[in-house]
Design a protein around this ligand. Structure first.
Ligand SMILES: NC(=O)c1ccc[n+]([C@@H]2O[C@H](COP(=O)([O-])OP(=O)(O)OC[C@H]3O[C@@H](n4cnc5c(N)ncnc54)[C@H](O)[C@@H]3O)[C@@H](O)[C@H]2O)c1
Length: 387
């Protein structure tokens, strides 16, 4: 078996994910890296060998003989980089969110269709043990027919990770309801078996606007998690443009009648997601989400007049090694298998598009008096092709 030859556009930052694809002699190896920050190449050579091709121009990377490309650049570049890679007929692993606009997503889908190129969107939460356990319980009928799903998202690292660089600028991210929420909207769609048809949302920039210390616009902000940046109002070095919400709350009506909600706060002291899904015969909820701590999913399916903390059944979560509790090695392995052999995959380009579409329309709603907005459906031909 010859190794698949892999390229990475945006080989610093999240681009480190491609290390899981570097298995020389075992099926795949990273042979080309692109980043506008040349200092990244030293790390790339340490990971992939001194002979790895490096460039600051993604078009040079795409001219090379590659089987697949990881696009791990910032969100506002996904459309340009993914479309170009698909047009050069490389298989593409595209980080979430697929793009920062609905039209951007649809352009990417069209490029994949027109060039018969493989598109895989990196919604790694579909590989998290906590989500897989909830999906398994729902599919087994443990809570009957799903009717309602709620997600509360606590983001302790928000002030560091999302308010010191491009994430904080709505022209580059649309907003954090899309940027971060794309994961959870996708998970809600997956667990509930439908796509959002109508959204309404409320939110605001409620805390970080009070932090006046900004970094020089010519410099890159330090978006690394620093334990001592607490409480949040003591943060410094924020992005010069800071106009995204730090609290967002959205309500969704899905096309199968399920009602869902998602709440996100970027100055919580802890970092995890709490999902609960209620069906016609019970409720499941995760306590902890399995990243860095002991966590479980609990089932309540016996009627009682009050609360039982231990529920009716508890499902501990396995702890795998590797990024995001094992989700990252698992999703990269699935992508490589899909490029080589095709077959079933847990993620879906159509679902990725619908998570962006719901996130974009919810962002429009929260910025326009919480007006309800319909989510534009995907063109029939694209739906049929990817369906
Ligand atoms: N699925 C996940 O769990 C997860 C986790 C983190 C980030 N992400 C996603 O990964 C993407 C990158 O996030 P990040 O935090 O690493 O961002 P980042 O700002 O660190 O950028 C990633 C890399 O892209 C490079 N880059 C920027 N512009 C470029 C260009 N024009 N050409 C080539 N390289 C360029 C940067 O120098 C950097 O090395 C985002 O879309 C983000 O949503 C996903």
């Amino acid at each position: 078996m010859e190794d698949l030859l892999i390229g990475v556009i945006g080989s610093g930052g999240r681009g480190g994910l491609a290390r899981y694809a570097h298995r020389p002699g075992e099926g795949s190896r990273v042979v080309a890296c692109c980043d506008v920050d040349r200092s990244v190449f030293e790390r790339n050579m340490a990971w992939y060998g001194q002979d790895v091709f490096t460039t600051v121009d993604y078009r040079e990377l795409l001219e090379r003989d590659l089987d697949a490309v990881f696009v791990t650049t910032p969100d506002y570049l996904h459309e340009e980089h993914a479309v170009a890679a698909l047009q050069s007929r490389k298989a593409v692993y595209l980080e979430k969110p697929m793009a920062i606009t609905i039209s951007g997503c649809d352009r990417i889908l069209r490029a994949a269709k027109e060039n018969s190129a493989t598109l895989y969107v990196g919604h790694n939460m579909r590989h998290f043990a906590v989500i897989l356990k909830m999906k398994e319980l729902i599919d087994s009928g443990a809570i009957g027919q799903v009717k309602v799903a709620w997600c509360r998202h606590f983001v302790s690292y928000g002030g560091d990770a999302y308010f010191k660089d491009w994430h904080a600028d709505r022209t580059l991210s649309t907003g954090l309801l899309l940027q971060k929420g794309a994961h959870d909207i996708d998970v809600l769609h997956w667990l509930c078996g439908g796509y959002t048809e109508t959204v309404t949302a409320m939110g605001g920039l409620t805390l970080y606007d009070q932090v006046t210390d900004r970094h020089d616009p010519r410099e890159r902000g330090n978006a690394r998690f620093v334990q001592s940046n607490w409480p949040p109002l003591t943060q410094t070095g924020m992005n010069p443009v800071l106009d995204v919400e730090d609290v967002s709350m959205m309500l969704m009506r899905l096309d199968n009648g399920v009602l869902a909600s998602y709440q996100q706060c970027h100055y919580a002291p802890d970092a995890w997601r709490n999902y609960t899904v209620i069906g016609t015969e019970g409720r499941i909820e995760n306590l902890g989400d399995g990243i860095g701590e002991d966590s479980c999913v609990r089932l309540w399916n016996v009627r009682r007049d009050g609360y039982s903390a231990k529920g009716d059944e508890t499902f501990p979560l396995s702890h795998e090694t590797g990024g995001h509790g094992g989700g990252d090695p698992s999703i990269v392995a699935e992508f490589l298998r899909y490029v080589r052999e095709g077959g079933e995959i847990k993620t879906s380009p159509v679902a990725a598009r619908y998570s962006v579409a719901a996130g974009c329309m919810a962002t429009a709603s929260l910025r326009n008096g919480s007006a309800p907005y319909p989510v534009p459906p995907l063109d029939e031909d694209l739906l049929a092709y990817f369906g």
